[in-house]
Design a binder for this molecule. Structure first.
Ligand SMILES: *[C@@H]1O[C@H](CO)[C@@H](O)[C@H](O)[C@H]1NC(C)=O
Ligand SMILES: *[C@@H]1O[C@H](CO)[C@@H](O)[C@H](O)[C@H]1NC(C)=O
Ligand SMILES: *[C@@H]1O[C@H](CO)[C@@H](O)[C@H](O)[C@H]1NC(C)=O
Ligand SMILES: *[C@@H]1O[C@H](CO)[C@@H](O)[C@H](O)[C@H]1NC(C)=O
Length: 130
């Protein structure tokens, strides 16, 4: 009986504690810094490894978004992920260039929620351009 009462009291305290608002709510910021490389004039070849770099001079203390680098083509996003869950503060991450049809309107997005695409650059693939 005593044990049960104590347990109930502890459970009551625990639920009170979890219901209480956190004393210092965490401020988390979406971070989508500008891509510096690749840029206009860059030429990559399928199979190569390159460092994508971005301006990491002013990161927020807490970053809320996942780090994802996507390839895009002709101004459209593509479901091709070149790198993910890397350190956004590092300013660079190595990616391997996939096999694509040769084109000079490839771009890179660094997520973020929608901004700061790279300039268009060229990938020389195993086939094309058509
Ligand atoms: C960042 O998060 C930590 C805890 O993870 C917190 O103590 C700190 O106040 C937060 N900083 C900002 C600027 O929100
Ligand atoms: C990427 O950058 C790191 C650090 O500067 C360097 O060690 C590495 O060799 C680079 N990778 C490529 C493919 O250039
Ligand atoms: C792009 O980068 C600039 C400079 O860091 C920043 O001010 C801007 O908010 C970023 N754009 C997006 C959509 O995150
Ligand atoms: C890349 O090329 C496409 C197609 O020509 C164009 O619509 C787009 O504005 C270019 N993007 C940039 C960032 O220059």
């Amino acid at each position: 009986m005593k044990f049960t009462a104590l347990t109930a009291a502890l459970l009551g305290l625990a639920s009170l504690a979890s219901a209480a608002p956190t004393a210092t709510p965490e401020k988390r910021d979406v971070y989508s810094p500008p891509v510096l490389y690749p840029h206009a004039g860059t030429v990559w070849y399928s199979g190569q490894t390159h460092n994508v770099t971005w301006d990491n001079s002013n990161p927020p203390q807490n970053i809320s978004n996942r780090a994802i680098i996507e390839l895009r083509w002709n101004n459209q996003g593509l479901p091709i992920v070149l790198a993910h869950d890397f350190d956004l503060r590092a300013g660079r991450v190595e990616v391997q260039v996939p096999e694509v049809v040769t084109s000079d309107v490839f771009g890179i997005t660094l997520f973020g929620d929608g901004g700061n695409w790279s300039q268009n650059f060229t990938i020389i693939g195993p086939i094309g351009p058509f």
